[in-house]
Ligand binder design. Structure first.
Ligand SMILES: Nc1ncnc2c1ncn2[C@@H]1O[C@H](COP(=O)(O)OP(=O)(O)OP(=O)(O)O)[C@@H](O)[C@H]1O
Ligand SMILES: [Mg+2]
Length: 112
């Protein structure tokens, strides 16, 4: 199992939800976050050495899925949310050691 963490533009959330549904991925957690990347939160390419970081609103979407779907998922999400402008976001993939579905006691893949 892998956890796929996608940090995207808030206006792209609906597209990601539709895509997950198409891929039969029905469990997700979303969080409103704020962050910055290489431009330190400036909206254009920025080469200054200013110290301060500006944090821009993003949405973090997390889903735990079978290993086999990860490549398709991240490829399709990246295609769906890319604008080509700075700030399009990032996707991180983590190993998940265990899952337990509380209602039934099912474990791991069965718990997804
Ligand atoms: N290394 C990182 N670790 C954790 N979160 C990150 C990292 N880089 C970016 N993020 C998160 O992703 C959001 C979007 O990052 P962004 O797309 O601007 O990255 P970037 O590296 O600056 O790429 P680009 O040059 O295309 O803008 C940030 O606001 C932050 O929330
Ligand atoms: Mg950036």
């Amino acid at each position: 199992m892998k956890k796929v963490e996608m940090i995207i533009r808030p206006e792209k959330l609906e597209e990601v939800k539709e895509l997950l549904n198409e891929l039969q991925i029905h469990g997700m957690t979303t969080t409103m976050v704020s962050g910055c990347g290489n431009q330190k939160g400036r909206k254009k390419i920025y080469r200054g050495t200013e110290f301060s970081m500006n944090l821009l609103p993003k949405v973090k979407v997390e889903t735990v899925v079978h290993d086999e779907i990860v490549n398709e998922l991240i490829t399709k999400v990246a295609e769906a949310v890319r604008t080509g402008e700075v700030g399009d976001g990032k996707i991180f993939v983590y190993n998940v050691e265990q899952a337990l579905k509380i209602r039934t006691g099912e474990r791991n893949e069965e718990a997804l």
